[in-house]
Ligand binder design. Structure first.
Ligand SMILES: *[C@@H]1O[C@H](CO)[C@@H](O)[C@H](O)[C@H]1NC(C)=O
Ligand SMILES: *[C@@H]1O[C@H](CO)[C@@H](O)[C@H](O)[C@H]1NC(C)=O
Length: 481
């Protein structure tokens, strides 16, 4: 499986969604105030018997948080307290993208969580570079339909989009703080990668708005974004230029795209020259791993191979108002291990997904969510400006061998913000080697990871943990060997 393509309508239905969305219901005053608060330990969600789990000294919790009582929507989370001194460390929410992909399957068990699913799908291995060495790490499967998260109102699945995702994640946070009151006033950050490049600023912007009400205050201090989808036009231009500059497509194909594609228009694909040339780019990328240009593709022969094949769809030629979308993800072989692990009855029971008798079908990415996505912000750059004004810490990093949201896309997006440069482009170091390059702007820090693909921590775990530590401290990573 290489990747999946899909067409997303860029209709202006966000306002409709917002109005029909019962965020107002969940945002009533007092609902999240600490009236229910007692100093209890949240023992009911404590994970105690996770099959194959290495022994550790920190506690971790998993379970559901209801985000909408009328529609009966519940989001699944997995929370790892920091390895040491959790009470002194900040809280970080991690989100993966897709849309439709699981933060548990990717973030927690392949990238930055303490337990990595082992290759036989039976047990877990300790990740020495887990980010919970530095912070209390909260992984959320978002929105409903992703991983174990669900809605009892089936029509909810027809309305999934950026706004619903942000509103439900916001409701989740408040209800989660009711379960974990000691985290309510903690320094809080949101991090994520890929399509979470949209989710993270959207949620941060919502928190910023709601924080005007002291009862709803959340102590958000910053956001951290990896290979983030940011602005569709810039992202597309970067994808094309990167494919050309990394010898994936010919000069001619590149020139045709440059001459005929208007990525700022909402009917980009109605131009046949453009459409065919972009098809050619995607055709070449199907031959390799778009998420990591210089590693081998996984030739899967597992039980899930046929399903993966079915996922290897289609760049649907669209008429207008449509944007092809490419799924975020990385190693389909690794995905299989995660799938086999999370579909075990004893695992689901240990994670409080159910009683272990009635299984929930878990997959790393839900294609129905991906295919049915109804609303996506064309650009979150206006939200960046708002967050910069609010003086949040914003760090953006980019693995420089990713072709999906390549470093060029991110540079085009950031340069369009026109921020003054405060410290010039320079290398940053880890263990005496150049880990990547760094540029600091007024209000934003940008860094590359040399030789890392789309999901940076998989490729550069030690560098990533060091970078994360710098982010939390608000100190630039080392600029000397
Ligand atoms: C969804 O329905 C099931 C079965 O009736 C129920 O046990 C569960 O609590 C409901 N979920 C929510 C979030 O209300
Ligand atoms: C998008 O399309 C609609 C109708 O086709 C048009 O009125 C509108 O101006 C377009 N917007 C942009 C940004 O091109």
């Amino acid at each position: 499986m290489a990747f999946t393509l899909k067409v997303i309508p860029l209709l202006n239905i966000s306002i409709v969604l917002l109005l029909s969305n019962p965020i107002v219901v969940v945002a009533r005053h007092g609902q999240w105030s600490n009236e229910k608060q007692v100093s209890f330990q949240n023992t009911e969600d404590l994970v105690t018997n996770l099959p194959g789990q290495p022994n550790v000294d920190f506690r971790h919790y998993a379970g559901y948080v209801t985000v909408n009582e009328n529609s009966e929507r519940a989001l699944f989370y997995w929370f790892y307290e920091a390895w040491t001194l959790p009470e002194e460390k900040p809280l970080v929410l991690w989100l993966n993208g897709g849309p439709g992909c699981s933060s548990v399957g990717y973030g927690a068990t392949q990238e930055i969580g303490p337990f990595i699913v082992s290759t036989d799908g039976k047990g877990l291995q300790l990740n020495p570079y887990s980010w919970n060495r530095e912070a209390n790490m909260l992984f959320l499967e978002s929105p409903v339909g992703v991983g174990f998260s669900y809605s009892n109102t089936t029509s909810d699945y027809d309305n999934l989009g950026d706004d619903l995702t942000a509103n439900d994640a916001y409701a989740f946070l408040h209800n989660w703080f009711l379960k974990f009151p000691s985290y309510k006033d903690k320094t809080f950050y949101i991090a994520g990668e890929s399509y979470a490049g949209k989710y993270v600023p959207e949620l941060a912007g919502l928190i910023q708005d709601k924080n005007k009400d002291p009862l709803l205050f959340i102590n958000l201090k910053g956001i951290l974004l990896g290979n983030p989808e940011t602005s569709d036009a810039e992202d597309w231009r970067g994808l094309i230029d990167y494919a050309w500059s990394h010898a994936v497509v010919s000069d001619e194909t590149h020139k045709t795209v440059r001459d005929s594609c208007d990525f700022n228009s909402n009917n980009t694909w109605s131009n046949d020259d453009c459409s065919q040339a972009v098809d050619e780019v995607l055709r070449q990328y199907k031959e390799i791993d778009i998420y990591s240009l210089y590693t081998s593709v996984c030739i899967s022969n597992s039980a899930y191979a046929s399903e993966n094949k079915a996922m290897e769809v289609v760049f649907k030629k669209s008429t207008s108002n449509m944007m092809p979308r490419i799924m975020g993800g990385y190693d389909p072989c690794l995905d299989d291990y995660a799938k086999s692990y999370y579909n075990k009855p004893e695992v689901q029971k240990a994670l409080h997904v159910g009683d272990g008798r009635q299984l929930k079908q878990w997959s790393i990415c839900n294609m129905d969510v991906f295919n049915g996505w109804t609303q996506s912000k064309v650009s979150v750059l206006p939200i960046y400006n708002k967050l910069i004004d609010a003086q949040l810490r914003i760090w953006v990093y980019s693995g420089d061998t990713d072709g999906r949201v390549p470093v060029l896309s991110t540079r085009y997006s950031l340069s369009s913000l026109g921020l003054p440069i405060t410290r010039a482009w320079r290398p940053w170091y880890h263990q005496k080697q150049v880990a990547g390059w760094l540029q600091e702007y007024e209000g934003l820090t940008f860094a590359t990871f040399r030789g890392a693909g789309h999901a940076v921590p998989i490729f550069k775990p030690s560098e990533s943990l060091a970078f994360f530590t710098s982010f939390l401290l608000g100190e630039s990573p080392p600029s000397q060997r």
